[in-house]
Design a protein around this ligand. Sequence first.
Ligand code: ATP
Ligand code: MG
Length: 391
Amino acid sequence: MKKVILIKYGELTTKKDNRNFFINKLKNNIFDKLSNYDFEIRDDYYRMFIFPNEDDIDGIVNILKNIFGIHEIVIAYMDEEVTEDAILKCSLDVMKSQKFKTFKVVTNRSDKKFPIKSMEMNNIVGGHILKNIECKVDVHNPDIYLNIEIRNEAVYYYTNGVKGLGGYPVSTLGRGLLMLSGGIDSPVAGYMTIKRGVELYYLYFESRPHTSIEARNKVIELARKLEKYNSHGKLMVVNFTKIQETIYKNLDTTYLITIMRRMMYRIAERVAKKNKCLAIINGESVGQVASQTLSSMVAVNDVTNYPILRPLCSFDKLDIIDISKKIDTYDISILPYEDCCTVFVPKHPVINPNLKFIYEEESKIDFEPLLKEAVDTIEVVDLKEVKSEYL
Ligand code: ATP
Ligand code: MG
């Protein structure tokens, strides 16, 4: 018997008409993420088989666990002899390598030329296992299922698998621009958005020399963590210093954060349009800080008609932290380097900003040249090349 990897699709099983599109994307994503391995893929409407070198199986499964659109990953055994005798022998071999007390056989006969029907095959194989291994049948809640798929080219045998991440294959739903800071929230917001099939570009606002190279490297590391799930992301760094200093020196300090965030959104919208991103994503959660009250969100959102996705809007901080630990961004996020929001935090930020007052404040300065310059001087960081020395 040869070991192969069987992949069961996730939520895309509900997509009827464009199912092939989703499956092909998933296949491309798998080829992309497994480019260091040598293997073949065969797929159909229901599942995908990966035929790797046996030594590579563990490494490949570990990568597949991080690919969205996969519901379950199973190591299956393939045998090209499609006869009753071979099925009995292989079934027993597979079950002898497993630990269980109760089991159930589930046969799927996609090759209808095979003379024995599925139900009958379940009984024959089940009886054979009971005769040779000390165990019981439990059709409702067995310790393991023995699945037997009889196809015309081969028979596949498999037991319980590993859960995949679910979601949709990355880039089936277009591209979004994630406002990525060094905090805990935005990487989690990014992860949740990739899960829905959206491919990400990243936008980071930095204010050197008020913020450090370490703060930038933190963001680079976070983006690289997200790249495990994403597909060919690009990190763009905005030099935000002049805009922040201008606001700080000239405008009402209680409105500093609100106006600064309005500038961020304005820049983000322009960058999103330029880079064919269909939405802007951020890590805001309602009520978490003064700039995230509903009325603050209204005041900030006022500068754009672009869709702003806030996947964490209803999450508690502790739930966000749980996810950040799971995706391995937490330890980076809690490193102490300040980003541009924390450097300029006023003592008493406004909680219910007044739009009319904001317009008056903003009209004191011509921000347009500053915004244009910020967009024109964006620096792109190659996420593959960078090795950060500072973390
Ligand atoms: P986080 O933990 O993600 O930093 P936060 O709780 O500190 O979020 P804010 O500082 O108000 O909240 O930021 C809200 C969101 O705005 C962030 O989640 C992020 O998406 C975006 N953001 C904030 N600062 C930056 C920055 N310097 N560069 C890019 N995006 C930013
Ligand atoms: Mg932050």
